[in-house]
Design a protein around this ligand. Sequence first.
Ligand SMILES: Nc1ncnc2c1ncn2[C@@H]1O[C@H](COP(=O)(O)OP(=O)(O)OP(=O)(O)O)[C@@H](O)[C@H]1O
Length: 429
Amino acid sequence: MPSLGGLLKKRRTKDSQTLASELPVSSEPNHSTVPDSHSHDSSEGASMQPAGSSQEPPQQSNNAASINNLINTPANASEAHGSAHHSNAGQAHAQQAHQQQPLKQERTTKGKYSQEDFLLQRTLGTGSFGRVHLVQSKHNHRFYAMKVLKKAQVVKMKQIEHTNDERRMLNRVRHPFLVTLWGTWQDSRNLYMVMDFVEGGELFSLLRKSQRFPNPVAKFYAAEVTLALEYLHSHQIIYRDLKPENLLLDRHGHLKITDFGFAKDVPDITWTLCGTPDYLAPEVVSSKGYNKSVDWWSLGILIFEMLCGFTPFWDSGSPVKIYENILRGKVKYPPYLHDDAVDLLSRLITADLTKRLGNLHGGPEDVKNHAWFAEVTWDRLARKDIDAPYIPPIRGGQGDASQYDKYPEETEHYGIEGEDAYGHLFPDF
Ligand SMILES: Nc1ncnc2c1ncn2[C@@H]1O[C@H](COP(=O)(O)OP(=O)(O)OP(=O)(O)O)[C@@H](O)[C@H]1O
């Protein structure tokens, strides 16, 4: 059993460096809120629509409940609600619905927004190349998340292509479980991306506070991720950075995948070594060509981590040790795991690409039809018509960032004009 000291507190970065400014996840108990079923995403318009800007009043809190109590409460789990039912007809519908979901028309945003359009607020998170701020539009007064990437840092870390890909991929996708990009621009030092503000915080924080999720809770999040992967793969996009840090919760408790920094348009195979060590598939580690199959491997790691509280190949030493464990491929399944879960995990976390679920002839349907997902009504899930197991306690209305850890703020001013050595490398921003 690995020692979980570091893993419990630290977010894992793409390059495995720990963030100097990172604060440990708060150990304060969180508070439950009244679950709101039948929630609908208000951020899916083609124009600048409310992103995290619901006009609902703050939700009621229940000061007695810790997150762990809350998500272990059967009444809050989708299975215990009886709201997730197996339905083959539903699966067929969901499949159709996904194939019908169009890629977004490329939005022409260049020159449309600038720093002047937004009031800068607190930092929501930091990453390898910059940080993400909460911002408020001066025009519609709604709240957004603004990702700021330092050009010099992006260039130094040889991430020019990935950064351009991130913008391009995010601009193309439109799905209830993927974050929406509204605009990008650049100044002499930084690149800026304005997205939905997803108010409920990271699944990472919820998981660390809860230690591990009960089977139905893990199943709910895994099912939403499965639909998002199905959508991306049907548009030839591999995501390549699945992990709880990149899964955000909206105010109703549904997932939104953020951080498309490694997403790639890949009709067949690619070779780049990227991702987060714990989550890398063996074909990535061993520098073989790979394809969408890597996301199904990562889904297995994600489900394992949600059910167990740690990743199967984790090592406190170094990424190299983790890579060795991945190549050795030995997974110890704790006895408390449900048999169906172990069966699914062993079919996802397999180095044999001819056996890995999601990568076979049946594609994502093989994953969706697995016994572990038997209760899931996929078409209802795709409509967000299944109650989420945990409703983030967002009491402050719009712009409430209380679900995010606090970070030391950036002192550098944004919007500075001047010499720009790298601007030509990012022509789409
Ligand atoms: N749309 C959003 N709404 C709210 N918070 C967000 C949003 N996007 C990102 N964040 C917060 O900012 C953090 C960093 O964002 P992101 O992962 O995109 O940056 P990154 O530089 O690519 O990070 P990394 O190098 O760790 O992958 C996220 O983990 C999350 O806490």
